[in-house]
Write a protein that binds this ligand. Structure first.
Ligand SMILES: C[S@@+](CC[C@H](N)C(=O)[O-])C[C@H]1O[C@@H](n2cnc3c(N)ncnc32)[C@H](O)[C@@H]1O
Length: 197
């Protein structure tokens, strides 16, 4: 299928002055799964340019807090209840910093992280699996019992194995392709609810 950059969601994001079209994916996940509650502390892994951060900020309200991390800088001014760390989650340092900032309570982890895409499908799927494993490791260190996790993955051979591991750690796991995902993309979102700790 031909790649159509300026599709419906691209134009909607421009019109509504959103940092990225990715916000509509998160909005759909929230509508369907009620992932985030007012007052929650949320880790936003791979948060740049900042679209999810803007939406999460509204979802948690003034009593909640978002801690975002990315290799790249944000393209928005972070809302008042958001903090941003620029760094690589593959390094130990940012995780320790997040731990301190969250002061021991993380209610939800969301990961929209994507590796750099090479165009070689099996290699990209494997890198995506590694990045998703990294996000799961962070849940295992920081997520509270009963917490929720959303993770993006480009499915390859390791996909079923990843779902199997998620099911060990969470009571309910679903796979979703949001409406705002480009028709040319193979991305899936895994929604893992109720962390068993
Ligand atoms: C699709 S974008 C996220 C879009 C974001 N959710 C939004 O709404 O604006 C994926 C991000 O993952 C980040 N990323 C990939 N690997 C990372 C890593 N190891 N550490 C931190 N960020 C990473 C990339 O830099 C990129 O900005």
């Amino acid at each position: 299928m031909a790649y159509k950059r300026k599709d419906h969601f691209y134009k909607k994001a421009k019109r509504e002055k959103k940092a990225s079209r990715a916000v509509y994916k998160l909005d759909e996940l929230q509508r369907r799964f009620k992932l985030v509650q007012k007052g929650d502390i949320v880790l936003d892994l791979g948060c740049a340019p900042g679209g999810w951060m803007q939406e999460l900020s509204k979802m948690v309200g003034t009593k909640g807090r978002i801690i975002g991390i990315d290799l790249l800088p944000l393209k928005i001014e972070p809302p008042k209840n958001c903090s941003f760390i620029q760094g690589d989650l593959e390094d130990e340092h940012p995780t320790t910093k997040i731990q301190l900032m969250a002061s021991g309570r993380v209610d939800v982890v969301v990961s929209d992280m994507s590796p750099n895409i090479s165009g070689i499908a099996f290699a990209d799927a494997y890198r995506s699996y590694e990045v998703a494993m990294l996000a799961l490791e962070i849940c295992r260190k920081l997520l509270k019992e009963g917490g929720n996790f959303v993770v993006k993955i480009f499915p390859g051979q390791e996909f079923e194995e990843y779902v199997r591991i998620l099911k060990i750690h969470f009571k309910k796991v679903s796979t979703i392709v949001p409406e705002a995902t480009r028709k040319t993309s193979s991305e899936r979102y895994l929604i893992a609810l109720n962390f068993k700790s």
